[in-house]
Ligand binder design. Sequence first.
Ligand code: ADP
Length: 588
Amino acid sequence: MKIRSFRLKLILSYVFVILVSFGFVGIFLDKNLEKNSLRNIETSLINQAKLIENQIFPESIRKEDAPYLEKLARVSSLKTKCRITIIDTRGKVLADSEKSQEDMENHLNRPEVQAALKGGIGSDTRYSSTLKIDMLYVALPLKDKNTTIGVLRLALTLEGVQKTLLAIRKTVLLGLLFALGFAFVLGSVLASRATRPINKMIQVSRKFSEGDFSRRIIQSSQDEIGELAVTLNKMAQDIENKIKEIENQSQKLAAIFNSMIEGVIVIDKSGRIISMNPTIEKIFGVSKGDVEGAVFLEAIRNNDIAEVIDAVLKKGNSLSVEITLIYPIRKIFEVSAVPIFDSGAIAGCLVAIHDITEIRKLETVRKDFVANVSHELKTPLTSIKGFVETLLEGALDDKENNRNFLKIIQEHAERLNSLVEDLLSLSHLESKEVALDKKNFNLRQQLEGIISGFKSQLKKKNIEIKNELPSGISVSADRGRIEQVFTNLIDNATKFNKENGAIRVYAEELNGKIKVFVEDSGIGIPEKDIPRIFERFYRVDKARSRELGGTGLGLSIVKHIVELHGGMVGVESIEGFGSKFWFILPRA
Ligand code: ADP
């Protein structure tokens, strides 16, 4: 049986110590007492034997004077309370104080008799079959002039000794019982005192194991237990600090994980999803709670990514591929997967999904832009080259046409010039280093001046323009740049207007901002072109625009300028009925 209670173990230890101590004392005492008592009795028997020996005449032995010897034995027995036996050298009992000599068997083989016959003092302790009791025998040789003629044997019952020993044993046993009882009670008290701080430590340690490190063990003593309490408290403090540190770190990591623009998925070695961030939920339209623990391909049906994961989990190499997602929206992603190792073995992989749609779009825009610029520059340059060649090849002398050719060359050169100018101002605006020279000025007055510059152009098509901007409206903006905005919009409104058309410029107030409209009754813009109309070089009708001297950059410049002012641009248009361009600027 295993004793589980430390307290009980302590109590039993006390009891055991008492038991062992008492056992040793008892056995030692018992043996010594018995030995000493026997030795004392033996000595006194020898002394008494010596006294009796003197009273025995050797003659009576030789003659085997039984009556005399028997009388002597009986008298001496009465005095000494011992049994007295006189034996001759052949072992024959000559006299005995208790029994008649005829009834006695031969005593030659008795050890004490043998010892006495050899001339020494013999003694023996044994059970007397005659008297049915333990007896101590002492035997002396009876001598006649140095010749052993018989043996005098004294025997004493050990009843008294045994009674004394029994009494002592009882007392020792009683003492032992008392000591055990006392040890048990005292042991219980001492053990409770010793185990109380340990029990408290167990209680608090249990709280530690449940994750509650706020408790501390009170150090009740300066001994080893006290030291253990201090150590446990320190350990709890250290663990608490470590846990806080880990919590902080994991909170930081979770914050990073959750706010990452890149989608991140953690996969285990069996291809199941362990974790994912909100970006992934957004990209694939799944919920973390639903797909965690599921096999990747079952949760997110994308074969390309599943293949990447598979390859990384099998080979343990990092992999990066570009994939195009068609559904729910067309997007381009760069998928990078790296293996996660645990003690040298592949434990899973981490997949980062980066939306590169915008980057790819910008790359396309840049490529298109370069192609557009080259094309736009090439057209007038080819024409100029062609006409110059024609002139050089003899047309210079053709009086009717040479001026016309030169005019065409001039037109194309002007086109080139305005194209370069527009490109320069666009690149300047896009460089984001433009410093706006903001000032408060009156919009209506500015527009008046701009309109007067368009007079001849407007007159050509008989277009009526109305400045309906409120006279009190002032804006805080870069005057020169806003002039460019108006010029481009009115230029377009004129260019793409019909004969006898109209242009209206008016404004609306909009929570501290002003929304300016440039409305025309021109050809309008097809609905499908409206979203792209502010793109560089985007034109509804390229040939017509070119014919009208357009570069396709005007609206793009307008958009940039307005956005630099923190505003917005837009257009509403119905094909065949006219357009309404607007821009918003902050009020002064
Ligand atoms: P462009 O130099 O060709 O005028 P813009 O960037 O100013 O370049 O305009 C781009 C295109 O938008 C034009 O080619 C034309 O097709 C269309 N557009 C601009 N303004 C108007 C307007 N008021 N009415 C109709 N179409 C317009």
